[in-house]
Write a protein that binds this ligand. Structure first.
Ligand code: PMP
Ligand code: G9A
Length: 443
């Protein structure tokens, strides 16, 4: 059935748009700094978002943003779906939708979660404008100024940005090669509760963590739930990368191990379809989902229904799973290319991990190399990374960096690693020398 909007409409007359006067807006603004909320004053620009502007410089090879590769975007299949949606149901797909998300997508996602051992239905699912919005809504619903949240050290900076925007007090727990240190977490919670400070939730990225690429093993996932149960605490499980496993055994979702409703789980289509759709979902207890819906109503009314219908077609027709297999093959080649190039070109003083999935390799440089100070030199040589300290709440991680391997081509990965290796070697040589000199002067 043709869309009513397409029915014989005369072409609109061409309008002449008058040019706006230049230079007025800034001059006539009130002294806005003075009237901004305390919350706004405490907000910090996202280093990744700022870096994205810088890395658009022509010729630069960027290992900075956690960007999917454009080859992973299913253009032809999406075009076909979009045409079908516009031809068959444009009244529905171009209309406002329910704040919770469109029903068929919520039903399909609930079924998908049930297949993974999570007993939920539609009322446990909220569709959000990316997982980033879910982080914002969770903060809005749970955090009063000064409330405590537990985060990893390091952790995803988009999450700390959201928690900071709601004036949270973030307490950190070390993330090692098995993810968050459970003994330290247990001790920290005991200590905080003794001081009458009850954190609102524990935030984790359990699988192929952003930024470190590490995964919490199955036994530690159970331990995390035991700890959450012991202190009656909620876990926010943010898992955008769990579908992107290239080797090793799949881990159970923390939520699938939970019997007592401790977990809110976030997943996204950004890394398995395309981030441009901005479609993600939160799975959780009905009461929490309902409260998040209310918070979302004043945020954006609803997530874009058009994108949701596209995502729904992918899920319901099963093409998403074939597509994920394709992405995994593409990204695994890039991961191996980066790891091989690092092995071949990086100075021996640099250490890094071998993530089994996801999008990032985490590198640790000698302590005397500051990756933030080194950054402009890397940009000068046309290669970019994210400075590691951006992922730490406390002042630490100055000798670390995050490298994304999914966005660049394999040739660019090799060339970019060669360039970066030279920059690092230069920094090591310069600072090592200074250290020795210092120790000669002041024994
Ligand atoms: N959480 C984590 C851990 C992420 O890495 C990202 C994106 N890089 C997000 C949330 C936000 O994802 P999106 O809003 O695109 O769904
Ligand atoms: O902010 C973005 O563009 C998403 C990427 C996040 C990241 O690099 O961690």
């Amino acid at each position: 059935m043709p869309c009513p909007a397409q029915e014989s409409r005369p072409a609109p007359p061409k309008k002449i748009i008058p040019k706006a006067p230049i230079g007025l807006t800034v001059d006539i603004m009130v002294d806005c700094k003075n009237i901004m909320s305390r919350r706004a004053k405490e907000m910090k620009a996202s280093e990744i978002r700022e870096l994205l502007k810088l890395t658009q410089k022509p010729g630069i090879i960027s290992f900075a943003g956690g960007l999917p590769n454009p080859k992973a975007f299913p253009v032809d299949a999406t075009r076909k779906i979009i045409n079908e949606l516009l031809d068959d149901s444009c009244e529905k797909v171009l209309q406002y939708g329910a704040t919770e998300g469109i029903r068929p997508l919520r039903d399909a996602l609930a079924a998908h979660m049930r297949d993974r051992g999570i007993k939920v239905d539609r009322k446990n699912i909220l569709i959000t404008h990316g997982s980033q919005q879910a982080l914002d809504l969770i903060s809005k619903v749970f955090l009063d100024p000064g409330d405590t949240v537990i985060v990893g050290s390091p952790t995803y900076l988009g999450a700390t940005g959201a928690f900071r925007a709601f004036q949270a007090d973030m307490k950190t727990v070390t993330v090692g090669d098995k993810g968050m240190d459970m003994d330290e977490l247990d001790k920290k919670l005991e200590e905080l509760i003794r001081l009458d400070c009850r954190p609102k939730f524990i935030y984790v990225v359990p699988t192929f963590q952003n930024p470190s690429g590490v995964t919490i093993p199955a036994e530690n996932r159970k331990r995390l739930l035991e700890i959450a149960d012991k202190y009656d605490m909620m876990i926010v499980e943010d898992s955008p990368y769990s579908y992107l496993r290239y080797e090793g055994e799949a881990m159970p979702h923390i939520m699938s191990l939970d019997k007592d409703g401790h977990v809110l789980r976030m997943q996204t289509f950004s890394k398995i379809l395309a981030p441009g759709f901005r479609i993600a979902w939160v799975t959780g207890p009905e009461d929490i989902i309902n409260q998040l819906v209310i918070a979302k109503q004043s945020s954006d009314l609803c997530t874009n229904p058009f994108g949701q219908y596209v995502a729904y077609k992918y899920v319901s027709e099963g093409t998403l799973y074939e597509h994920i297999d394709y992405i995994k093959e593409l990204y695994n080649r890039k991961r191996l290319t980066m790891l091989d190039a690092m092995e071949q070109y990086f100075p021996k003083e640099v250490k890094w991990n071998r993530p089994e999935g996801g999008m990032f390799v985490w590198a640790i440089l000698p302590e005397y190399v500051n990756t933030r100070e080194m950054f402009p030199k890397a940009i000068e040589k046309n290669v970019a990374y994210v400075v590691g300290d951006a992922f730490f709440v406390e002042d630490e991680g100055y000798n670390t960096m995050r490298l994304n391997f999914t966005h660049s081509s394999e040739e660019e990965i090799v060339e970019g690693i060669k360039r970066l290796a030279k920059v690092i070697q230069h920094e090591i040589d310069e600072n090592k020398g200074e250290k020795i000199e210092e120790s000669i002067i002041t024994p």
